[in-house]
Design a protein around this ligand. Structure first.
Ligand SMILES: Nc1ncnc2c1ncn2[C@@H]1O[C@H](COP(=O)(O)OP(=O)(O)OP(=O)(O)O)[C@@H](O)[C@H]1O
Ligand SMILES: [Mg+2]
Length: 348
């Protein structure tokens, strides 16, 4: 007979109470044949059976029909290896399923005889659903980014093969015409030719910006540095790229980062009247943080009207791209210039 007053007994009793009252885990014991011998509140909550209903039943009752051979196999493995961990569907009393993480531990007495098994089960349904939602979102995002890039490539080809070629042909005809006209009209024709040349250059710029950046072949940093290296110095802007990335982001994230940077740099060229721009890339909070800072004139962010999107498509597009990818985007500006900063999550 056990002496209820000994310290060992008191601590055993406390331990039993602790296990009994754990609500987040189903913790119970099986005899060597797999029949349930103890039951706690967590088990009642997760599986729906009361202790009276379930004690004495075989634990195979928790397994769905397609896993009929699993219970026996799991006990065998646990008895040999000492422990077994598994994830899969389990049944509640009402027949509904939950996604369970299960650990079965074999319990041997001091003489080495198998006395039974301890079983701890967690309900991971919510976590699994959240993971599925996240991977679905990633899948949709990569489709969206891919579709946008295909559309951009198509527009680039159309502009290149149609509008640009027509403009070039028009310019050549104007030159020929200018050569044949009397001087009075020739100068008008040359002015028109210059205007056409200006349009040709702008269309070339547009095609260059629309073209996919070739991230798949060269990686993000290389694509960004060659883009910035071509576009910015041509307009007298000094650019520094500081890439401090632990790893290359996946292609759709890299493309999104590239497109946001491109939009921010276009704004620097268009509005800032800056001398220098810094692009910082760093790995942060399981994602990539990018900061683009110019030393230009700046502007009053607070006076912007975000609602219509008709006049200021660039800022809205940057923010939407970042938020669609599950990240954030901000802009701040003052007399010393403008900073665009954003963060996108990465998977690897
Ligand atoms: N780096 C910058 N320096 C100074 N002003 C800026 C800068 N970036 C944005 N702005 C200001 O914010 C406004 C909104 O920018 P946004 O990119 O949304 O529109 P936009 O460049 O005028 O037109 P769009 O991008 O649609 O062609 C700009 O018109 C400009 O006044
Ligand atoms: Mg813009």
């Amino acid at each position: 007979m056990t002496d209820r007053s000994t310290p060992e007994h008191a601590s055993e009793e406390h331990f039993r109470l602790l296990v009994q009252s754990v609500i987040d885990y189903a913790i119970f014991m099986l005899d060597p044949q797999g029949r349930i011998t103890t039951w706690n509140i967590g088990a009642e909550r997760i599986k729906g059976y009361s202790a009276d209903e379930i004690i004495g039943k075989h634990f195979s009752i928790f397994y769905p029909p397609e896993d009929a051979d699993k219970p026996a196999r799991e006990l065998e493995v646990a008895a040999v290896d000492g422990r077994l961990e598994d994830e899969g569907w389990r049944l509640r009393k009402d027949g509904t399923r939950f996604w369970a993480n299960v650990v079965i531990t074999a319990l041997y007495d001091s003489s080495g005889e198998l006395r039974g098994f301890g079983k701890v089960t967690r309900d991971l349904t919510e976590r699994r659903n959240a993971e599925l939602r996240l991977s679905e979102r990633r899948r949709l995002l990569s489709h969206l980014v891919e579709a946008q890039e295909i559309e951009r490539r198509r527009i680039a080809w159309d502009v290149h093969d149609d509008s640009l070629q027509s403009m070039i042909a028009l310019g050549m005809r104007l030159q020929l015409l200018a050569d044949e006209l009397p001087p009075k009209y020739a100068s008008v024709a040359r002015e028109l030719d210059e205007a056409v040349n200006g349009t040709v250059n702008r269309l070339r710029d547009l095609v260059f910006r629309l073209r996919p950046p070739g991230i798949d072949q060269r990686g993000l940093v290389e694509a960004l540095s060659s883009y910035a290296g071509v576009v910015l110095p041509r307009r007298g802007l000094d650019v520094t790229l500081r890439p401090e990335l632990d790893h290359e982001p996946e292609p759709e994230t890299a493309t999104t980062i590239f497109r946001i940077c491109q939009e921010a740099l276009t704004n620097v060229l268009k509005h800032a009247n800056a001398k220098a721009v810094h692009i910082d890339l760093s790995t942060m909070d399981e994602g990539v943080r990018v900061r683009i800072t110019d030393d230009g004139t700046g502007f009053a962010v607070t006076t912007l009207d975000w609602s219509s999107g008709r006049d200021h498509f660039g800022l809205i597009e940057m923010r939407e791209r970042a938020e669609t990818a599950g990240g954030w985007w901000t802009i701040s500006s003052g007399e010393t210039g403008t900073t665009v900063e954003f963060w996108l999550p990465t998977t690897g």
